[in-house]
Design a protein around this ligand. Sequence first.
Ligand code: ADP
Ligand code: ZN
Ligand code: ZN
Length: 765
Amino acid sequence: MPASSTPPGSPAVTQIAKIGLDVPLANTFDFLIPNELDVEPGRLVIVPFGRRRVVGIVVAVGAESNIPLEKLRAIESVRSDMPAVSADLMALFQFCAAYYHAPIGQIALNAIPPMLRSVKRLPDKLHASMRAVGITSAGRLAIEALPVRSSVQRSILQWLADGPQLESALRQRHVRSSALLKRLREAGWVESLDASAMPSSFAAANPSTTTTPSTNTQSSAPALNHEQQAAVVAIIKVLDPGADGYQAFLLDGITGSGKTEVYLAAIAEVLRLGKQALVLVPEINLTPAFLRHVRSRFPNHQVAPAHSGMSNLARFVAWRSAQDGEADIVIGTRLAVFTPMPRLGIIIVDEEHDASYKQQEGVRYSARDVAVFRASQARCPIVLGSATPSIETLDNVARGRFTRLVLRERAVVQADLPTVSFVDLDAEKAPDGITQSMIRAIDETIKRGEQALVFINRRGFAPALVCGGCGWMPECRRCSARMVFHRGIKRLRCHHCGAEAKLPLKCGECASTDLHPTGQGSERIEDALTAAFPDRRIARVDRDSTRRRGSAEAIFASAEKGEIDILVGTQMLTKGHDFSKMTFVGVVNADGAVFSADFRAAERMAQQLMQVAGRAGRAQLPGRVLIQTRFVEHPVYQAVASHNYAAFVSAALIERRLMHLPPYSYLALLRTESRNAAALDSFLHRAQQLAKSTLAETIEAGGLRVWEPVTATLERKAGYVRKQLMLQADSRRSMQQFLTSWIDALRSVDSRAVRWVVDVDPVDV
Ligand code: ADP
Ligand code: ZN
Ligand code: ZN
């Protein structure tokens, strides 16, 4: 530490900085500012914390501290190799800190790229010895063209498509990296870059970045139909110099109605005005396809990706290029909502209903909700797109906060909606999970030279192993959950904590050796299909089969080329991939949600099924959907059959109003866990008491209810007992008012044995 804390003879006023750190303790920490340091809000600094040195972000500078000056430590250094985070991004962090009741340092430091969070020197003045490689435009084309067996080359190109990488990073990924690089260089697919100019060489890797007037921007855009045009006009009107600038839209368009074209046309206008566009998409697996789409539509503009699957360097480079205003379009997953964009002109949130916009660990923010706040702050339009909008968003439309734009027709005229029919599982047997009716329908489809998609909402081979003698099923030792049987790796795996175990040879209760799998997962359905169609090309898509970066993309690419007859998989298949010869969708088992305790389960199931049904018959060929179920009459299935999501929503809203659930109330959930059940109970008891006394003191308007503590759906996870306490309020304001005082009180409760977090607007309860 430099000896700079309080040098003798320093000016009478000692400057103090309030600094946010990535710790769940106080909102900010006070540090002395040494005279020689230039410190302003938004600056990243390195400070001593306990025995460590950590990166913090300056939230405010002033002369006041509640802590005696002699107890304060001094800032060690300022990260001068990085511009300060802008005032409007700091304001966004402040908003999140206040709304989600989390320390601002936790929000800010988790939003910035990992490289900036580390106390190590930044690579923007990279040494000459650090050589980098980037993809060429020929390389981008080659990704599509490469045969399936060149999977290594393909995966390298896909990796580089997100931005240039250091050669050393490639060496870590592949043993024979230099030979591979040589071959790729000779093919003209990659080029060496001057790493010392890394952030701007991002442009060099993207040969079309020289910003020429975008005359050919829309060259490959189809002529928009009436509804699309009306939507675009409404959106870009907000960009008029005279207009207010902010407006939130719901783009409510059935699958295949051409929402993407509406986004692209609106983005084109934003770019023409010299502004930046921020596009959020739900899943990493979707990003590369969408990214390529946008890149080919706007060849003269720099596009920066932002998602957690990128290398640290690529994320840093993308962040810097957005911050400097070099990147015109940022496309990414939920974390991208915090990308600095000085000329922000529009925000698009595709598939706004998707649960992955909610961060489920650390600070539990909703990227969609933060995006709406950000647009109102930046005075720019925001477009939330979906075929199956969330009930909250529909409620915002009903209250006049959002404007609804509707696309009723499929964009490709001949593409009719698929016909939906059912197989009643009470009437027909499903050995290995698939009925004969399903097999026949798939057979007819592929015999016509078309493709089939089979959807199952569970991965693994079978949800459990069961003993034929006594019914025993192996459970995870650390969670209150059954172990899932994965046949590929011949092991049991816990889907909650990741624990693995060998297959037991005999029953843990009665020692019988008659153990067999029960229920179905994607692996087992794949097996059953392989047995039924031994000569067909079948590919499985789920989190297990696509662990390697780019492998999901590779499967989708070969499906698009017609190299696959049957795609089988989990909800990864339900999203935005458009296969022109996919005419049949089979749903083998989705009934689980019918029994769920979570009031949102039916909504999620309706969305998932409507999405997956939308995969059938998107181009000239008519589509067909076949659903195996035991509950044909259930409203969710009936809504899917009549393509009437609105009918499902009306029914759900009536139920929510009766039960006083969102959107008719506001929820917050205190989530707690501990290894010590007694400590957990006493903490929750105290929390409940505090909630009641806080209520009495602070909420004039009443309308706030404290529920009884209950065990979480998953009672035990990784050795921790889990419980939760629900709070419910009539208005957002009374909830916020209550949480502010209550959380303050909670922080002073001794809770060393307990981990707790307050989840504002929880999505799974
Ligand atoms: P969504 O995102 O609403 O499900 P997409 O944007 O993927 O729908 O569009 C579905 C298909 O329709 C795509 O193949 C797209 O190229 C095509 N398409 C969209 N708009 C038009 C249009 N105006 N004219 C012709 N084809 C269009
Ligand atoms: Zn047994
Ligand atoms: Zn477990």
